[in-house]
Ligand binder design. Structure first.
Ligand code: PLP
Length: 388
């Protein structure tokens, strides 16, 4: 199997586990996105900060000229601190607290993606108290099922996210009457790790229907359509497929979504931006031989990368130290939970104590989800530049 390239010698002296970000790959990924979005008039990319808010990673994304999609006040603050312009920040989330709404208004973010009528009322009230007008976009639940893990689909009717389609006219009419909100867009997000372009085609078709319907209701064309994120990455082949097929993704929208003249199209990609550039680097502590299995016990666990425990996610795992013949291992962490397992019956070159192991495609929903369970330290991080 082809292995990734890492500054292996530099890794030797470092305390494991840690995240390593290949910022060359990140930059290439960002350029690949820009190349595609630049082809189309009015396409904007707001990076979904929840996938990875590492300061060094954020700096590359900010410098490439991307906006940000935030789902909490903490993320808004992190983005402002990182230098993202407030007017390029959008803010979603089903449970925005008053202080988070105030922070968005004070900073002057581009718009709030509103997910319910009670939230709309509170935003109107707080904006009124502050003498401001909040730009708002409604998150509409398009009832489009994406072919992905049940825990990460968000676009079905029975879902905590968004406003049901049947209520769309009503909420728009309510917003139009409010003094302190300006209705500027419609927002959608159907799920994550989506690899079938047909799912995005289904979303486009649904948005076309909704826009046609709004026209028959004499509701003026909205300025912004925001289609969320969700483009997946190739977890099985990080070396062969390091950059997602952004051309196919953006062309799908260009070919199927009927934007009205002057309408802006916003995207909120997270995983597709940061997923492949990150690896979790860990060290083998022990190889324990059972009767039929052997375990490679490593010093990273679900505290550093929870995706395998949470979603049964599979990541490619590479032994960077060994070139011996392969053997099968259950690769497990040190945490006191049986679900603290990265892979079962996985082929690795013969592994021994001290070997450096890379868990690949861990750039999104990896470091950001780390916890201190078992009183562990949060993992550190390095980027390509740290070793130049
Ligand atoms: C999580 C999320 C995203 C990003 O999803 P990815 O699958 O990482 O691209 C975009 N928009 C919203 C509203 C989200 O909640």
């Amino acid at each position: 199997m082809k292995k990734g390239t890492f500054p292996y010698d530099k890794f030797q002296s470092l305390q494991t586990p840690f995240y390593y970000y290949d910022t060359q790959l990140l930059d290439n990924t960002l350029q690949s996105i820009k190349k595609e979005t630049d082809k189309h008039e009015g396409y904007h990319l707001h990076y979904a900060v929840k996938s990875n808010a590492n300061k060094k990673v954020l700096r590359h994304i900010m410098e490439a000229g991307f906006g940000a999609d935030c789902v909490s006040g903490g993320e808004i603050q992190t983005c402002l601190d990182a230098g993202f312009p407030a007017e390029e920040i959008v803010f979603a989330g089903v449970g925005k607290a008053d202080w988070e709404i105030k922070l968005g208004l004070t900073a002057g973010i581009q718009y709030f993606n509103v997910e319910s009528i009670p939230e709309l009322e509170v935003i109107n009230e707080i904006a009124g108290e502050m003498g401001k007008v909040a730009r708002i976009s409604f998150r509409i639940n398009p009832n489009v099922g994406a072919h992905t893990h049940a825990h990460i689909t968000t676009g079905l009717a029975e879902n905590k996210f968004g406003i049901e389609m049947a209520d769309m006219e009503k909420v728009i009419r309510i917003a139009q009457k409010m003094e302190n909100v300006e209705f500027v867009g419609l927002h959608f997000h159907i799920g994550s790790q989506i690899l079938e372009m047909d799912d995005f085609v289904a979303l486009c078709n649904r948005i076309n229907e909704l826009q046609d319907k709004l026209e028959t209701l004499d509701i003026p064309t909205v300025k912004n359509i925001n289609v969320g994120g969700g483009l997946g990455i190739d977890y099985q082949h990080p070396n062969e497929n390091p950059i997602p097929d952004f051309k196919a993704y953006f062309d799908t929208y260009a070919n199927h979504l009927k934007l009205r003249p002057g309408q802006h199209l916003h995207f909120e990609l997270g995983r597709a931006v940061t997923g492949q550039c990150g690896s979790l680097i860990t060290r083998c502590l022990y190889v324990k031989k059972g009767t039929i299995k052997q375990f490679a016990i490593v010093d990273a666990g679900m505290t550093e990368l929870i995706r395998p425990a949470l979603y049964n996610a599979l990541h490619v795992i590479e032994n960077l130290s060994s070139t011996c013949d392969e053997e099968k291992y259950d690769i497990v962490g040190p945490i006191c939970e049986s679900s603290d397992t990265f892979a079962c019956n996985y082929s690795l070159p013969k592994t021994q104590r001290g070997d450096l192991i890379a868990i690949r495609s861990a750039g999104a929903y990896g470091e950001i989800m780390a916890s201190q369970y078992n009183c562990r330290k949060l993992p550190g991080s390095y980027t390509t530049e740290d070793f130049e």
